[in-house]
Design a protein around this ligand. Structure first.
Ligand SMILES: Cc1cc2nc3c(=O)[nH]c(=O)nc-3n(C[C@H](O)[C@H](O)[C@H](O)COP(=O)(O)OP(=O)(O)OC[C@H]3O[C@@H](n4cnc5c(N)ncnc54)[C@H](O)[C@@H]3O)c2cc1C
Length: 322
């Protein structure tokens, strides 16, 4: 029997695992993909550091994040850009470092298909037919997957998560020699390109080069090949035709939209009432309804939710032991 099973190896699952480890609680982390990190993904090429997912950290979160980064010995990674805070070697440094610190059990390239409960024991069924038992469970996957794994266990939760809506975006990075870039600042944001960030030189580009990092709105399913999207962006933004490097990540289900609905808080209350002790549901899609659409800044909030969930599990297991 496993002590705690964590489903999902994105930032939330990794942060929960790290916190459990600090409480000396054994865990097994299950991640469907080959790599952990989930939405966090950095590509490094020819001296350019290109984030395909999150790239910025909220200033208001900087103190707490700095404390965490210091405890991971990567405090010097935090740097100030004119658009917000970021990490010198890319956001994946955070998840890679958490990953390296973890010494618990790991199952990669294995998907959880359903969870259940027999008495006080949680059961975890994998798509490949394997089954595990655990005393506690942290579910750190988006609502669109959680809906399915809860279906035969607590169908009311699946019902509350059904049809969860997301925003779609692509993240495009283009690297140029400074001498090839227009001297005029890039056009203001548009509906199609909601943001264009310009990083001049190190640490995101070699000296004498710039990295342009932008959001591109594309309606799913993605109809165009990556090179067509890049060609259009270059034309729309009046950029030089041949970037030194480029990287494109397409996110058909990027930002959770339901979280901004009034009904979300009500649904989350109902879900939390339905969840038995010893199980937690964490990640973007279950966060409290924000007071305003605070956009992209969620990194530290995800970590805090994961830490709270891990502490909750620790208390639950401690209470069970006594
Ligand atoms: C394009 C994009 C840009 C963003 N930009 C910013 C930003 O600039 N600043 C900021 O603060 N935040 C940003 N965010 C938000 C931030 O990335 C997220 O809050 C955070 O990464 C969410 O982590 P998570 O672990 O909760 O979810 P995820 O990263 O989605 O991880 C979930 C993990 O679960 C795995 N999984 C799913 N189903 C199963 C299953 N059945 N069995 C096993 N494993 C499973 C997945 O493979 C994945 O690895 C951005 C998000 C996106 C998508």
């Amino acid at each position: 029997m496993r002590t705690t099973v964590i489903i999902g190896g994105g930032l939330s699952g990794l942060a929960a695992a790290y916190t459990l480890q600090q409480h000396n609680i054994a865990y097994t982390l299950i991640e469907v993909k080959r790599r952990v990190g989930g939405a966090i993904n950095t590509v490094r090429q020819n001296g350019f550091v290109m984030d395909g997912g999150p790239s910025l950290i909220n200033h208001e979160e900087s103190e707490q994040l700095y404390t965490l980064l210091n405890s991971l010995h990567i405090g010097d990674e935090l740097f100030e850009t004119k658009h917000g805070l970021s990490l010198r070697s890319g956001m994946q440094t955070l998840t890679d470092t958490l990953d390296r610190k973890l010494n618990g059990g790991r199952l990669h390239r294995m998907a959880v298909s359903s969870v259940g409960q027999i008495g006080r024991i949680f059961t975890i069924c994998m798509e490949n037919g394997l089954m595990f038992d655990a005393k506690s469970l942290i579910v750190a996957i988006p609502a669109r997957y959680a809906e399915r794994i809860f279906y035969s266990y607590i169908p009311e939760i699946s019902e509350l998560l059904r049809g969860y809506r997301y925003d779609t975006i692509a993240r495009l990075s283009l690297g140029y020699a400074n001498e090839h870039l227009p001297t005029e600042p890039l056009k203001a944001t548009t509906q199609k390109y909601p943001f264009v960030y310009h990083f001049n030189g190190p640490p995101r580009a070699p000296t004498g080069y710039s990295l342009l990092h932008m959001g591109v709105r594309l309606t799913p399913p993605m109809q165009l090949a990556a090179d067509e999207i890049i060609a259009r962006a270059i034309k729309d933004l009046n950029l030089p035709p041949a970037p030194t490097v480029w990287h494109l990540d397409y996110w058909p289900e990027a930002d959770p939209l339901d979280v901004y609905e009034l009904k979300h808080a009500q649904n989350m209350r109902a879900i939390n009432e339905l969840l038995p002790g010893g199980i937690a549901l964490i990640g973007d899609d279950y966060a409290p309804t924000p007071l305003q659409k605070d956009g992209i800044y969620r990194i530290m909030k995800r970590i805090q939710l994961a830490q709270e969930a891990a502490r909750g599990v620790a208390n639950f297991l401690g209470a069970k032991r006594n």
